[in-house]
Design a protein around this ligand. Structure first.
Ligand code: 5GP
Length: 342
């Protein structure tokens, strides 16, 4: 084996969403209206779920309870930021928030902290989280796998989506630890600078393509996280084989995110930042620790008003992808859709 062969995991070039287009097919679907964008899943733990398999990211000004209350009207999910208090959860649930579509999110927290947090919500409201998200930048560290198996032992009925990893080995690691869904994505987020700071990354389309079979063989669903910058990317991600898609930046700048508005030249903007950025560290911790650097940036985006407008546009695009590819629903997109490299 030459040194070059030894240094590369494969000879293929890996692809981002922007490296491909979907190919149109003869279609008997005459209207976007007849396309169904909801799906039904039965997870490894036997729990069934029905809804639109899109999840708002657990980022500041995106994964808010107000966002979840709006997105549930579209059966779209929200991974609610771990910085939201159980008391805020309780008051929103009492006002109609549906935990079927709102998922509490945690990081590498203490397992007792997580179970206390969840029990406090269910004891106070009678509503129990059915899906939780465990989100760490590097899902390969062994303390993360231990946290997952501890939580599975303590709360076997709760569906766990956890990540992030980007390789089949990473999917297997988390599946063996006990998750029901694996979140995929390192280096592809819109405010992510991990690939710049560390050189680590994996183009998102190839991450999905390379991990889909391993996920299926291990009976876990895949949640593609990061890199969706336009509605056409949704169809591409589903064709590649993801079950769910997490979106962040595309949902920034909406009323429900609650970011303060800034007016410049008569235009209103809202702030949006990566959760490993300096802004996030200053907001939630005491700034950046000396031994690390920020792996995220902040951006100002034009105020986009209520999120329903953006969702209608995203789902319209997804329905149209289905029409071009002669698919009645997302499952057919995944089984029949094909790409060209561009
Ligand atoms: P987007 O949809 O904006 O392209 O990607 C959203 C995802 O980017 C999030 O769900 C999360 O996985 C990732 N992300 C959020 N903030 C940061 C950050 O500060 N640094 C990095 N590396 N990734 C981030």
């Amino acid at each position: 084996m030459t040194r070059e062969q030894n240094k590369f995991i494969s000879n293929e070039r890996k692809l981002a969403f922007s490296d491909v287009y979907l190919v149109p097919q003869f279609s008997s679907i005459n209207s976007r209206r007849s396309v169904n964008v909801t799906e039904e899943f039965t997870f490894k733990n036997g729990h069934s779920w029905e809804g639109t398999p899109i999840i708002a990211s657990n980022m500041d000004y995106i994964g808010t309870l107000e966002m979840a209350s709006s997105l549930q009207n579209f059966k779209i999910c929200t991974a609610v930021s771990k910085f939201v208090s159980p008391e805020d959860w309780i008051s929103h649930i009492e006002s109609g928030l549906d935990m079927e579509y709102a998922f509490p999110t945690f990081g590498l927290d203490n397992k007792n902290y997580i179970t206390d947090y969840l029990n406090h919500i269910s004891d106070s409201t009678g509503h129990t989280a059915r899906i939780i998200v465990l989100d760490v930048p590097n899902g390969y560290i062994d303390s993360f796998a231990s946290l997952i198996s501890d939580l599975k032992a303590l709360m076997p009925d709760i569906t766990i989506f956890a990540g992030n990893v980007v390789t089949p080995e990473g999917v297997e690691l988390l599946a063996n630890a006990g998750v029901d869904g694996v979140k995929l994505g390192i280096g592809s987020g819109s405010v992510c600078t991990t690939s710049i700071e560390t050189g680590v990354g994996y183009p998102q389309l190839s991450a999905i393509l390379d991990c889909a079979d391993t996920a299926k063989n291990n009976s876990v669903v895949l949640i593609s996280d990061g890199g969706i910058s336009e509605s056409g990317d949704l169809g591409k991600a589903f064709v590649a084989g993801t079950d769910f898609i997490m979106i962040g930046g595309i949902l920034a700048g909406h009323t429900e995110g609650g970011a303060p508005t800034i007016t410049e030249n008569d235009t209103e903007y809202r702030l949006y930042y990566g959760m490993s950025s300096e802004e996030a560290m200053n907001t939630h911790y005491d700034g950046i620790a000396e031994y690390r650097t920020a792996e995220g940036i902040s951006k100002l985006v034009k105020d986009k008003g209520p999120v329903a407008n953006t969702i209608k546009q995203l789902l319209g695009g997804l329905r149209s992808s289905c029409t071009y590819l002669n698919c009645q629903n997302i499952a057919e997109l995944t089984s029949k859709g094909q790409f060209i490299k561009i």
